[in-house]
Design a protein around this ligand. Sequence first.
Ligand SMILES: NC(=O)c1ccc[n+]([C@@H]2O[C@H](COP(=O)([O-])OP(=O)(O)OC[C@H]3O[C@@H](n4cnc5c(N)ncnc54)[C@H](OP(=O)(O)O)[C@@H]3O)[C@@H](O)[C@H]2O)c1
Length: 240
Amino acid sequence: MTSKTALITGANKSIGYETARQLGRLGYSVWLGARDQDRGKLAADRLVSEGLDVRPLAIDVTDEASVLAAAARVHEFNGKLDILINNAGIPGDQSAPSEQSVDDVRAVYETNVFAPIRVTQAFLPLLKASGEANIVMVSSGLGSLGWLSDPDNMFFGVNYLGYNSSKTALNAVTLAFAKDLSGTGIKVNAADPGYTATDFNGHTGYRTVEQAAAGIVWLATMDASGTTGGFYFEQDQVPW
Ligand SMILES: NC(=O)c1ccc[n+]([C@@H]2O[C@H](COP(=O)([O-])OP(=O)(O)OC[C@H]3O[C@@H](n4cnc5c(N)ncnc54)[C@H](OP(=O)(O)O)[C@@H]3O)[C@@H](O)[C@H]2O)c1
C-alpha cells in the first residue's frame, strides 16, 4: 500500500473513472475530478463501495476559478499531489475540416489544450511538494502527425480538424512541460488510450476502458527511473 495521492480530471465516467479505479486498487488515495458535483459524488461513492480510497473533487477544467478552488482543496487536505492525470477531453464537431467553425475548434482547444496547461500550472506547487511526481496528458493516436501522414496507418483517413490538432498541440505541451520540469523530480508524458468504447464515440471503440486505463496507469506510477517527455500507446512509443 502507499499513501500517495492522485487526481484524474473528467473521472466521473469512462476512461477517467476506470483510471481512478485502477489507481485506487493499487492503494492510491484518489481525487476523482468531475465538473458536475452530483456526477462526481455518485462515481466516487461507487468506488468507495468497492473499498477504495476515493473522494470527489469539483473541477471544471475550463473554469479558472474552479481549478484554483480544486487546487486549494487538495492543498488543504494533502499538502501535495503525486499523480496528475489530465484526462478530461471533448471531441468537438466532427464535420469536414472545410466546414468546422473556428468557434468549435476554439472550444475543443479550451478543453483539450488550454485546460491541461491551466490545471498543470495550478497543481505544480503540490506536485513539486511530492518530491517525485508524474503528470500524464491523455492524448490520442489522432494527435500523432507521424501516423496521420502515413497512408498505411489506420488513422490516416480520420481527418478531424479541431480534435486531431488539439491532441497534436497537447503533445507539444507535454514535451514543453517535460523539459521545463526536468530535474524537479516531475515526469511528464502523453498517453494514447487507443480507440476505446465510451460515450465519446457512441461506444464504437474496439478497446475496453480497462485496457485504455492500464497504459495511463503505467505512465502515472513510474518510479524515478521512468521516462519523461514521451508519447505512449500501452508501453510502446508513438511517433509524434
Ligand atoms: N474514447 C476513445 O476512443 C479515446 C481515444 C483516444 C483518446 N481519448 C481521450 O481520452 C480522454 C477520455 O475520453 P473518454 O473516451 O473517457 O471520454 P468521455 O466518455 O466523453 O468522458 C469525458 C470525461 O471528461 C469530462 N469533461 C469534459 N469536459 C470537461 C470539463 N470542462 N471539465 C471537467 N471534465 C470535463 C466529462 O465530464 P461530463 O460527464 O460532465 O461530460 C467526462 O467525465 C479524452 O481526453 C479523450 O480525448 C479517448
